[in-house]
Design a protein around this ligand. Sequence first.
Ligand SMILES: *[C@@H]1O[C@H](CO)[C@@H](O)[C@H](O)[C@H]1NC(C)=O
Ligand SMILES: *[C@@H]1O[C@H](CO)[C@@H](O)[C@H](O)[C@H]1NC(C)=O
Ligand SMILES: *[C@@H]1O[C@H](CO)[C@@H](O)[C@H](O)[C@H]1NC(C)=O
Ligand SMILES: *[C@@H]1O[C@H](CO)[C@@H](O)[C@H](O)[C@H]1NC(C)=O
Ligand SMILES: *[C@@H]1O[C@H](CO)[C@@H](O)[C@H](O)[C@H]1NC(C)=O
Ligand SMILES: *[C@@H]1O[C@H](CO)[C@@H](O)[C@H](O)[C@H]1NC(C)=O
Ligand SMILES: *[C@@H]1O[C@H](CO)[C@@H](O)[C@H](O)[C@H]1NC(C)=O
Ligand SMILES: *[C@@H]1O[C@H](CO)[C@@H](O)[C@H](O)[C@H]1NC(C)=O
Ligand SMILES: [Zn+2]
Length: 375
Amino acid sequence: MKLSTASVLAALTAQAFAQTNFTGDTLQGYPIIEYLDLADVPANTISRFWISAAEAQGGLPYFLPIFVARGSAGSLESGRRLSLSASIHGDELNGIPVVQRVFAALRDVVSSGNFNGTVIGIPTQNINGNILNQRNFFSSSNNGFFTNLNRVFPGTSIAEGGSIATSYAYTIWNSVWGNASNVDIAVDFHTLSTGSNGPLWCYADYRLDGVQRLAELTEADVIKIDPGEPGSIETTWVDFGVPAITLEIGPAKNWNQTLISRSQEFVWRLLDDLNMLPSNYTAPQEATSIGLENSYRATNFSTSVAERSGWVQMNVVPLQDVEEGQAVGTVYNSWGDVIQNLTAGASGRVLTVRVDAAVEQGAGVLDIVYNATAS
Ligand SMILES: *[C@@H]1O[C@H](CO)[C@@H](O)[C@H](O)[C@H]1NC(C)=O
Ligand SMILES: *[C@@H]1O[C@H](CO)[C@@H](O)[C@H](O)[C@H]1NC(C)=O
Ligand SMILES: *[C@@H]1O[C@H](CO)[C@@H](O)[C@H](O)[C@H]1NC(C)=O
Ligand SMILES: *[C@@H]1O[C@H](CO)[C@@H](O)[C@H](O)[C@H]1NC(C)=O
Ligand SMILES: *[C@@H]1O[C@H](CO)[C@@H](O)[C@H](O)[C@H]1NC(C)=O
Ligand SMILES: *[C@@H]1O[C@H](CO)[C@@H](O)[C@H](O)[C@H]1NC(C)=O
Ligand SMILES: *[C@@H]1O[C@H](CO)[C@@H](O)[C@H](O)[C@H]1NC(C)=O
Ligand SMILES: *[C@@H]1O[C@H](CO)[C@@H](O)[C@H](O)[C@H]1NC(C)=O
Ligand SMILES: [Zn+2]
């Protein structure tokens, strides 16, 4: 079943907010808004806005760039509304060009008047993390601490006792996504954390209708069928009845063109599945897909952990199949003595491999994906 015909619409969330507040300010030529009401955004146009998600100490606003591709006038109501968001973890950068390039490539079809629906894009959700070259969001309170923004959605307003980090998430959730009322389908782009290597893969909570279809359209190397993580963007969408996945695009910090192209191709397949593109439209595909039949699907992770701090050398690579008990790497102390022989905890496919040799006790160095129960 195509996603466009699936029963994907959550019960319409009450519109608790005012219309788009064009504050009258502009930044680098683009309007600053306080709240996004799609009805105020021009049809057949790709618009750019800024929104301040929060204000840092010193009064520095964290302005996030917001793309909105609106199709034909009537398609705001009749078409689907898709959210593409990236880099909620500040060191995870491969999703940024995916969002940027999709909007660049949509320009002609949107201005032709034949685009059916709406796409909202946030290429850089955690600009504080980008500044600090960091996964997490830095708050200066109490001498400073870090918050994982992908655990605090849908956020908390200041009036309800929110902190800078939770009110920042609240602004994205409520003022850009309208508390889910602006969005029918969502993809949140991530990569692995700094220090690991891995392929193109996604987290997908198959319990919600539409998620399996979304995951299969990725044609990713691995689909991790997964119950989700409370407070993550993906799981918050799912909790609100909006089909969503987390797409993990390889390692942190390095734009990998192959994996970026494969992710863009997924977005074209998705736009097509949602009937957003005219039937005579030819997507700018680069044919890098591996084909869904090659996607490895499984429900469980097995993680090998360094028991002592030292220097790790792994001798397996992503997507290699391993057997339980197989030697996968070695941890050395500062003398070069072996302090741990690492083994595979399960038979399955290698998903992520530690490539940063400096390892601390308790840190995961390898994730194998497998089915704990035979199917
Ligand atoms: C719109 O934003 C301006 C500037 O932040 C603010 O002063 C004003 O109260 C807002 N208006 C509404 C209707 O929210
Ligand atoms: C627009 O998309 C909606 C939802 O997928 C679909 O029902 C409708 O037929 C589409 N309209 C056109 C003109 O393609
Ligand atoms: C968001 O929507 C949920 C239910 O859909 C509602 O319980 C909640 O109060 C809304 N949040 C805001 C800030 O309006
Ligand atoms: C990009 O990722 C692919 C697939 O994992 C890998 O084969 C390739 O070597 C990577 N390219 C770079 C430049 O890291
Ligand atoms: C594609 O179809 C639309 C109608 O859906 C038409 O307006 C447009 O001119 C066609 N474009 C091309 C390149 O044929
Ligand atoms: C794991 O189980 C799922 C069903 O939950 C199945 O679709 C998939 O093919 C299985 N994967 C492997 C590697 O056996
Ligand atoms: C495997 O994953 C399933 C589904 O998330 C979970 O219920 C089960 O406890 C996991 N089993 C193991 C051994 O981790
Ligand atoms: C690692 O494996 C080697 C070869 O089997 C063995 O000699 C050594 O004792 C093992 N080291 C540790 C710390 O387990
Ligand atoms: Zn992440």
